[in-house]
Structure formats: C-alpha cells, structure tokens
Design a protein around this ligand. Structure first.
Ligand code: ZN
Length: 173
C-alpha cells in the first residue's frame, strides 16, 4: 500500500529521485531508560520506503505507543482500503495457497515471505487492514489445515491487542 507523507505539514519527497509516494513500515523498539529506574519503554517509529528507488527514511522517535496523538507526521493512503474485505478460504488445500490468497486480497508486498512470521509483520507493519475482514468457509479451512488456521487466528487476535494498529473486526464464517 502506498502513502503520501507530510512531516510538519510539508510533503515528504525522496531526496534521491523526488518521488512522493511511499511504502510504510512500523518499527517497534524497546529501550531501557536509565533515568526511569531501568524501565522498559516501547517506541514506535515509521520507516518509509520510496516507491520508485527504494530509498528509506526512518523517523526517529515518532511516539510512545500510548501517546500516538503526538505524531507530527500525517500519513494518507493514496488508495483507501475498502471498509470490508471478504476472503473465501473454502477451497484452500495447501498452506502456500492460503498465503498467496492473503497476499492478493490484503495487498501484501511482492517480497511477502509466505509464512506466519511474515504474515504478522505484514498486518502489523506493512498494510492497513479494513474495518471488517470476513473469512468465508473458515470451518473447511480448519478441517483441512488445522495448524495454519490456528496460527492465523492467533495472529489476528493478537493484532487487535496491539495498541498502535487500527482495530479490525474479524468474522469467521
Ligand atoms: Zn526515490
């Protein structure tokens, strides 16, 4: 998914090729702070990758997870994600087919690794999920690929526990 990015109200343009469309990743880091009695602080940073030349820009400490309002970055999707996406998984027979279907429907990047670690990274950092995501034929998938179905469901449940993501309602039909 591509974004236009504004930093303090100014368009972010690639300093190599002047393109202004970016892929976005979210980086989470944990820092131990000496001042606060060795407390763990989680920080969220954004990494933007130029659409044209792949040049990366990372923005330092964007925000604490619980202080996301304080961001001086405006990120607008160039194409809006539809509010509801339905994915029919009833005819899936292999794990790879499932990953390819998810990749297509959720617009994962070309370098999507087709495994559950890559799935987690994609939904939490690379793409934006719709408001509702519906799976059709879930019971069939659970029967055919019980392990994949369990891991995938766990990823989705855990996704909504992350405080920096836009919440998504998952429907398993
Ligand atoms: Zn560029």
């Amino acid at each position: 998914m591509l974004y236009e990015v504004r930093i303090w109200g100014k368009d972010l343009k690639c300093d190599v090729c002047f393109e202004n469309q970016w892929f976005k990743s979210t980086l989470k880091t944990e820092l131990v702070s000496e001042e606060n009695g060795w407390e763990y602080n989680k920080e969220v940073r954004y990494m933007f990758e130029c659409k044209k030349c792949g040049n990366c820009r990372i923005f330092g400490k964007v925000s604490n997870e619980d202080n996301i309002e304080d961001v001086k970055i405006t990120i607008s999707p160039i194409l809006e994600v539809p509010p509801i996406i339905s994915i029919d998984v009833s005819n899936i027979k292999k794990s790879k087919e499932l990953h390819l279907l998810l990749k297509e429907k959720l617009e994962f990047p070309d370098f999507y690794g087709e495994n559950w670690d890559a799935f987690w990274d994609a939904i939490t950092g690379l793409v934006e999920l719709p408001d509702k995501l519906e799976f059709i034929g879930w019971a069939k998938l659970q029967k055919k690929l019980p392990r994949d179905a369990t891991i995938m469901k766990k990823c989705l449940v855990d996704y909504n526990k992350e405080s920096y993501v836009k919440k998504c309602e998952f429907i398993f039909n």
